[in-house]
Design a protein around this ligand. Structure first.
Ligand code: VGL
Ligand code: ZN
Length: 198
């Protein structure tokens, strides 16, 4: 059985000063670097939206960030413009030791659909390819860290568990957005899905 550390969306826009800042998002960088140094394999994910992405509130007349709308694939929270491809905001936090990464997986690059999870886009059907990568490398167990705990970390960890991959979330090395109780909800959903919370 092989194991990997997966670092979710540790990007400038999710850190203080960024477009969709997660409180304390930058506080976890040093701890994640230390974990990466000891990890057997490291995967990074990178939120990577085209300008004008359909998850941006700016694309919906009369809508504001954090409102929820119905998309063809289900409910979608609207966000400020963030992690636009090639922008500084989409770059990894400058202190993150990205050289340790063996794979950088980009997600959210289709204009019409968001992708919180590293495994499936928000229709919960369209694969990103990560499952195949892990399976062909024999990686059957994952530790999750990064941002945001209640969105991309939670959706990724739940999908991993659903796929039969052992999933553990190191909660001290995550930070959440916490919109309308979303952190408590995400923790409960992950537990129910069989994710280990450490
Ligand atoms: C994320 C909202 C929008 C995340 C990404 O990384 O948790 N949240 N895009
Ligand atoms: Zn996004």
């Amino acid at each position: 059985m092989s194991h990997a550390l997966i670092v979710i969306d540790l990007q400038n826009d999710f850190c203080p000063g960024g477009a969709l800042a997660v409180p304390g998002g930058d506080e976890i960088v040093a701890g994640i670097n230390a974990r990466m140094a000891d990890a057997r394999a490291v995967v990074l994910t990178q939120d990577w939206h085209p300008a004008g992405h359909s998850s941006f509130a700016s694309q919906h007349d009369g809508r504001a960030p954090l409102e929820t709308i119905e998309m063809p694939y289900g409910a979608q929270v609207l966000w400020p413009d963030h992690c636009v491809q090639g922008s500084i905001g989409a770059a990894f936090h400058p202190d993150l030791q990205i050289d340790r990464a063996e794979l950088i997986l980009r997600k959210g690059f289709r204009a019409g659909i968001d992708s919180y999870s590293a495994f499936f886009e928000n229709d919960q059907r369209t694969p990103t390819g990560l499952e195949g990568y892990l399976r062909t490398r024999g990686i059957t167990s994952l530790d999750f860290v990064g941002l945001a705990l209640d969105f991309c970390v939670a959706w990724s960890a739940r999908d991993a568990a659903r796929l039969g991959i052992e999933a553990r979330v190191l909660t001290d090395l995550c930070r959440g957005i916490d919109h309308e109780g979303s952190v408590a909800q995400a923790l409960a959903d992950m537990r129910a899905a069989g994710v280990t919370l450490d």
